[in-house]
Design a protein around this ligand. Structure first.
Ligand code: MLT
Length: 260
């Protein structure tokens, strides 16, 4: 699997398939392995590319105290520039969705379609911001295991297998604490980007797990209405719908792509 240096940083990415490019952006505090099922299913019709964001997965560690959604989006544009890709079908899950929205605001001409999966366009409430500070303090003091224990229960629906839970634990426990703290700060500072959705003239879809407690259906509905796009609710899944029910999520992505 390849590495590439852009914006003075070494990025790891997965790539499979050929044709029009689909760029998959992972959530927090995860990595590109969360997209393996989508890549396997969809690489028959797309050049599927899933990078590890700055400071995550097998990309180089980050020394930044804040990983802003805007900077992560600009990394992605430099990344597709380096790969010689002009336009992408962009798919972002949760924090990846926040990054995708920043990308859409700053570089709308680089998008063919936009899929927002288990994410939201609204900003953090004051309570959520306080929760980020508490999580960052705990991660810095106690390390990643506590965060993994706290998160896994809310990331997936009750029906999720032990295998899925173990994969998530591996991803979370492999993420450097510095990246966890910096991304929490970046997410805390992000702005409401609902208006971006209303202004984009391209096919947009919101996809959400029926039991997603972190980005509930109401948030997905809010985005779909703002975008005038489709809303897909994935039955019996939580916040990790692309892993919990890969086939339904892949079908929703194919449907979106057929509109372009
Ligand atoms: C994620 O899955 O990326 C995070 O739950 C997003 C967040 O904390 O807002």
């Amino acid at each position: 699997m390849p590495h590439i240096t852009v914006n003075d940083h070494e990025f790891f990415y997965r790539e499979q398939g050929s044709g029009a490019a689909a760029l998959f952006v992972h959530g927090f505090p995860l990595d590109s392995t969360m997209w393996l099922e989508q890549i396997r299913i969809l690489s028959d019709s797309r050049r599927c590319i899933a990078p590890d964001l700055r400071g995550f997965g097998r990309s180089s560690p980050s020394t930044r105290s804040v990983l802003s959604m805007e900077d992560l989006a600009d990394d992605l544009v430099a990344f597709i520039d380096a790969l010689g890709i002009e336009k992408v079908d962009l798919i972002g899950l949760s924090m990846g969705g926040y990054v995708a929205l920043a990308f859409a605001e700053r570089h709308p001409g680089r998008l063919r379609t936009l899929a927002l999966v288990d994410t939201k366009s609204t900003e953090d409430s004051e309570d959520a911001k306080a929760g980020r500070d508490a999580a960052a303090g705990r991660a810095a003091a106690e390390g990643r295991s506590g965060l993994a224990a706290d998160m896994i229960g809310v990331l997936v629906a009750e029906s999720a297998s032990t295998w899925i839970r173990a994969r998530l634990r591996t991803m979370i426990e492999s993420t450097p604490t510095e990246s966890i703290v910096a991304a929490l700060e970046g997410m805390k500072r992000r702005q409401d980007r609902t208006a971006v959705l209303s202004n984009l003239a391209l096919p947009i879809a919101a996809i959400v797990g029926e039991h997603d407690v972190l980005s509930p259906i109401a948030e997905a509905d809010h985005m779909a209405v703002a975008a005038g796009g489709a809303l897909t609710v994935v039955p019996d899944t939580g916040h990790m719908s692309p892993i919990e029910d890969p086939v339904t999520v892949a079908a929703a992505l194919r449907s979106l792509w057929s509109e372009a």
